[in-house]
Design a protein around this ligand. Structure first.
Ligand SMILES: *Cc1c(COP(=O)(O)O)cnc(C)c1O
Ligand SMILES: [Zn+2]
Length: 417
């Protein structure tokens, strides 16, 4: 049995049973899963985790699902790599990349979807659905196929071609909406009240969905030898991921898996073309003012972020910061990460690395801090962003002479530089 004992309102603290419910009836605040932490502390240990599967489910005691109900494509336990070359370029001596491009459908969304659909099945839902900026669509369609559930995926009509193809391949129903993500999300909230038998992973089972992001903290701590890093950089769309990574580090200490109370500074990354949370941070506002998104980082193009306010709180209270990056800076950062570490990230990863670069330059991140940058999605899904400036060095006939000619010309121009 899971140790989840209640859903608790983040605003007024009222508790509810662990059911299909996501808003407080008293104050409309979001509900968050609360656990029997004493029970977890007695059951869990570093050794028991080490014996578990190489996936998010090695932390099952800290997730809100009974063990028999897992919808599992193997999400999680992605590499945490020491980034010496990128670190040298940015003046950071202890930099690490959490490479979540290597999940089953190529993004961190597999973590949250695996948890959400596991819980949805347990609660008796037959249909999986979502409002998506792209990666969630891939992941819901794939996990629903595995679980033998029908799926309805709603996306903005202007999504990257690769994300559409990699969703339709799994079967299920994909509906493009003439509008941006915020329009899609509003429509899905309306459909949810009409279709109580559908599990909208990021609407009516959002409280369970978001718990999956805690595994991004669990894995990093375990991979660093059960130590929390000093500073992390996290991309922000809805803000859910950032808030739950914070919760994850706190929980590890609470259940005795970390010896010392973690003091992780958490910094957020947004694209300039959709930076409502970064803007609120810079301007010192308590609340996030919605914007109309226009950016190549479509997976972060949420103009009215559901957890923006909480993400702002976490960043402020941990002594982190916020930065945002232009489309050009995002593309340059994708190339910098690829050419220094051999990791090809999607545009959201470009936002993270560009932000990391700015925070290092301004001294917000100190040269000796142990830093982890979360690279959350695979570059193969957003190749359009780089296509215009990605020419081959030459096209030549298949002969040695032609190659020799090309090589001489190239050495000459390189010699002149
Ligand atoms: C969805 C997404 C994010 C943002 O996560 P939120 O929880 O919405 O803040 C970051 N990176 C990628 C690749 C995503 O798909
Ligand atoms: Zn409430």
């Amino acid at each position: 049995m899971s140790f989840a004992k209640a859903l608790r309102c983040k605003e007024c603290g009222k508790t509810y049973p662990v059911e299909a419910n996501h808003v407080c009836e008293m104050c409309f605040g979001p509900l968050e899963v609360d656990y029997d932490y004493e029970g977890i502390r007695a059951s869990i240990s570093r050794a028991s985790i080490a014996r578990g599967p190489l996936s998010i489910w090695r932390y099952a005691d800290l997730l809100p699902v009974d063990s028999t109900n897992r919808v599992d494509l193997g999400a999680g336990f992605t590499p945490l790599v020491r980034a010496e070359r990128l670190g040298a370029a940015l003046g950071l001596r202890d930099l690490w990349i959490k490479n979540d491009t290597l999940n089953p459908t190529g993004s961190f969304k597999d973590r949250v979807v695996s948890v959400a659909l596991s819980k949805a099945r347990e609660l008796g839902f037959k249909v999986a659905a979502c409002a998506s900026t792209g990666n969630l669509a891939n992941s819901v369609a794939a996990h629903a196929a595995w679980a033998n559930m029908d799926s309805y995926v709603f996306i903005p009509a202007d999504l990257e071609r690769a994300k559409v193809i990699t969703t339709t391949v799994y079967g299920g129903t994909v509906v493009a909406i003439d509008g941006n993500y915020d329009d899609v999300n509003r429509l899905c909230a309306e459909i949810t009240s009409d279709e109580p038998t559908w599990a909208f992973v990021n609407v009516n089972v959002r409280s369970y969905y978001s718990e999956g992001s805690k595994t991004l903290a669990f894995e990093v701590a375990e991979q660093l030898g059960w130590k929390a890093p000093d500073h992390i950089v996290v991309p922000v769309g809805s803000g859910s991921q950032l808030t739950k990574i914070y919760k994850g580090f706190q929980e590890l200490y609470r259940v005795g898996l970390l010896d010392e109370e973690p003091h992780v500074r958490i910094s957020g990354a947004q694209p300039d073309g959709c930076s409502p949370v970064a803007t609120a941070f810079r301007e010192g506002h308590e609340f996030v003012k919605p914007v109309r998104p226009h950016t190549i980082a479509k997976s972060l193009a949420i103009g009215n972020p559901a957890d923006g306010h909480y993400a702002l709180d976490v960043v402020r209270s941990t002594g982190g910061s916020f930065e945002s990056a232009t489309d050009e800076e995002i593309k340059a950062a994708i190339r910098l990460l690829a050419s220094s570490e051999g990791i090809f990230a999607e545009t959201a990863g470009g936002v993270t690395i560009a932000t990391l670069q700015k925070l290092a330059k301004s001294g917000v991140i100190e040269p000796d801090e142990r830093v982890v940058a979360y690279v959350t999605g695979n570059g193969l899904k957003t190749v359009e962003a780089l296509a215009p400036d990605s020419e081959v060095s030459a096209t030549i006939p298949p002969s040695l002479e032609a190659f020799a000619e090309f090589r001489n010309a190239r050495e000459k121009t390189q010699g002149e530089r």
